[in-house]
Design a protein around this ligand. Sequence first.
Ligand SMILES: [Zn+2]
Length: 340
Amino acid sequence: MRKFKHFVRDTAAEILHASHLTCPAFRARNKLTIATFHRVLPASILAQYPLPGIAVTPEELRRFLEVFQEHYSVGSLHESARLHQSDQRPEKPLLAITFDDGQLDNYLFALPVLNALNVRASFFVVTDAIEGNEVLWHDKIAYAVQKLQQRDASALQTWLSGLGVQGHASDPVNAAIAAAKLLEPGERAGHVGRLEQLTGSHIRPDWDGMMTWDQIREMRSGGHEIGSHSKSHPILPLVSDEALHHEIRHSRDLLEAQIDHEVRSFCYPNGDYDERVSACVRQAGYEFAVTTRYGINPKDSDPYSLRRIDLQSGYGKNAAGTFRSSGLLLRMTGLLPGMS
Ligand SMILES: [Zn+2]
């Protein structure tokens, strides 16, 4: 069944490509396309990483960007979104490149590829996580669940039911993250704390970490955009007015002081926002905010609820495992949510 699905998708991608229907010059003309990356990990590390759905290898990043450069005018979010609003559009459709979460791999493995291809991108960082070199809560859960799966399945099961995950989840890492996401931050921290007691405190693999302020400043001075992804990566619609203000405005003040440059773009943690949240982002002085809703943005789209196209390892590969730009461009049309 999966093979058949792949065959249909590959054939559709080739036909649509041949007829230019997926060609960005046709599909994305006068629109703003925004690509989302998170982790950029060498294949040997990616094979062990518990959330492969948010990672690409440096080689894949390079291949994706080369295809993008052929078909789009590629740049940071601020630069691309400003051009999108103006009448001075470049000949090729606009594509912004964004990276969420500010992890060290962005500096180690994404930056050299971007610089080699002369592509400017936007990096959304979580200020508390940078300050404390602290793993984000979804990674904490992912590493710990992965460890407990191998070590003590029954303790894991007990912890999962305490979190409200019923029965035996086929994908306990993502089931736990989805359940934890709905909790108020203090309650979530309690569950994560109990999980850490079960696994021992050193759950982050040695290769992982956050970028430092020096590395972030180096990126900024190289022409890349630094945007805010809040102070602590909470689910913003669930936090109080006071905490919301803190997460949105104070993260901007702190970032601006650290990088000595204006911060204009915001990225909603986990893509969650509502009217109160986007009003706060606007009032805090940001010009643009990105979501995790899949799609591309027409000319009159709201600058505080921009859609994006998330990318992961394997995208663009056909059933035989060969990379085809037609497969990647089909994903970039905004017509294919949940492709795998
Ligand atoms: Zn995030």
